[in-house]
Design a protein around this ligand. Structure first.
Ligand code: SF4
Length: 468
């Protein structure tokens, strides 16, 4: 996945860029970067943040970095921002992108041109952000370049482009990832997450529509290209990976989770002693469940945050399992002899859930009921990079379907419909595999209602397999 943050200001803005970018650390664990325009050139720095925090890596450089415009990014893939000098001038570029047709674009648009080359990364691939810069450089203006990138790229791509004149912000053409503008006296910021605003003194100013392009300068915001009609913002932003204190399309993540949990409880009749959330993103759903059901909310286990502070998991599955196991500390007094119900954001492979449930039974839980906050994930995400290592066949739902059918069925539609026998068998299978007392997923209709912006504006592909 990844996150973007940029500031244009009448005064030095380095600290805002630093803290604003850091507030996107839940969106990626691989690389962090900042580029600040000094008036003559870019102060750029990129660090590996796999084993350390963004703030710790960049703190020592702050004293020597000055400027009133800058962008930063947290990336789960390529090192960014790139700084470029082309016929359009100097600029710095960051993207949150998944370019599914990267090699096609290179072959069709650039391979027969003599004066083009791409730097190969250590794995022989092309840096997607570099491809975006080459697309932009082949047009006559930043506006045309950003529009061309939207036209060519399949997948998704939101962009911040810092020039000596200001920051161009271009939201993905289907709006799968958000870009939100904040404002304070003498400054504007643009951010993937609006949770950055209050502590840096910004207030909400504007949310870009799908495909919309703006130019931010210290004096104001100019609309460069209008929004498109069709939006497919990722529903998983609210359910799982968006930060609870962010708001997208006017809908607060935490408020959505509370509503979603309440709807889960309305359709439930299980007898339990305690409701809990699997930290962190299950908590908001669980509070909603508890308030609706009138069953007390508690914390039968706590996350050990002093050293296991990152909420997003490493890409490597084995390390991810180990981290997940070591992070959660049970409180035996709240587990022993209790009938516990946990809300979790989702079940992906189910391996972490299985370990958590085993731990609860070791602490003598009498029953463990799981309520995922979204339907079974049947399809891998085609549009965003946060599930880059997720193979569709590893998904708990797909494994269950193959076990039940003996092979991959021609159509998965019946497994996406909660009214079918096939769906019931799949959920039963997953519940038994995870050793649960009961398992009941949120249904897609209530999840969409809890978001509340209309089904036609949301991407729900990973649950339905249907593209808009
Ligand atoms: S497929 Fe799922 S995770 Fe991917 S953009 Fe759509 S809703 Fe989000």
């Amino acid at each position: 996945m990844g996150g973007l943050f940029g500031v244009v200001s009448k005064e030095d803005c380095v600290m805002d860029v630093y803290f604003g970018t850091d507030y996107h650390s839940h969106l990626g664990t691989s690389r962090g970067g900042m580029a600040v325009w000094s008036g003559k050139s870019f102060n750029k720095s990129i660090h590996n943040i796999e084993n350390t925090l963004f703030r710790a890596k960049f703190e020592a450089e702050l004293a020597n970095t000055k400027g009133n415009m800058g962008i930063g990014c947290i990336s789960d893939t390529e090192p960014q921002p790139l700084t470029v000098r082309s016929h359009l001038g100097q600029y710095a570029l960051s993207t949150v992108a998944k370019i599914n047709n990267l090699n096609d674009i290179v072959d069709k648009e650039f391979s027969n041109r003599k004066n083009i080359h791409f730097m190969e990364t250590s794995k022989g691939a092309i840096n997607p952000t570099e491809l975006v810069s080459v697309i932009i450089d082949h047009e006559d203006s930043f506006k045309d370049g950003l529009l061309k990138a939207q036209e060519l790229i399949e997948g998704s791509c939101s962009i911040l482009l810092l020039t000596p004149q200001g920051i161009y912000a271009s939201r993905d053409k289907m709006g799968r990832t958000p870009l939100i503008v904040g404002r304070k006296a003498g400054a504007y910021c643009v951010s993937s997450e609006s949770c950055t605003f209050p502590n840096l003194g910004y207030v909400f100013n504007y949310e870009l529509g799908p495909g919309e392009i703006i130019l931010l300068t210290p004096d104001g915001m100019e609309k460069i290209a209008p929004p498109r009609d069709k939006m497919q913002i990722c529903a998983f932003l609210w359910v799982y990976y968006g930060y609870p204190s962010s708001t997208y399309e006017g809908v607060s993540v935490e408020v959505m989770r509370n509503r979603n949990g309440a709807l889960l409880a309305k359709n439930d009749n299980v007898e339990i002693d305690l409701v809990a959330g699997v930290p962190d993103s299950g908590v908001g759903h669980a509070i909603g469940y508890s308030n609706q059901s009138k069953v007390p909310y508690g914390r039968p286990f706590i996350k050990y945050t002093p050293t296991w502070s990152r909420s997003f998991m490493p890409q490597n599955q084995e390390i991810r399992n180990l981290v997940a196991r070591m992070k959660l500390m049970p409180i035996p007094e709240l587990v022993s002899g209790k009938r516990l119900l946990f809300c979790d954001d989702s079940i992906v492979r189910g391996t972490q859930m299985r370990e958590t449930v085993d731990l609860l039974y070791k602490c003598n839980a009498s029953e463990v009921h799981i309520r995922p906050a979204c339907p079974p994930i049947v399809f891998g995400c085609k549009y965003l990079n946060f599930s880059v290592s997720r193979s569709e066949m590893d998904l708990a739902a797909r494994q269950a379907i193959i076990k039940l059918e003996g092979k991959e069925p021609e159509s998965l539609d019946a497994y996406c419909d909660p009214s079918t026998e096939q769906y019931g068998c799949m959920v039963d299978y997953i519940g038994k595999r995870l050793n649960l007392s009961t398992l009941k997923y949120q249904n897609i209709y209530d999840m969409i209602d809890a978001i509340g912006i209309g089904k036609d504006k949301l991407c729900t592909y990973c649950w339905t397999g249907k593209e808009a």
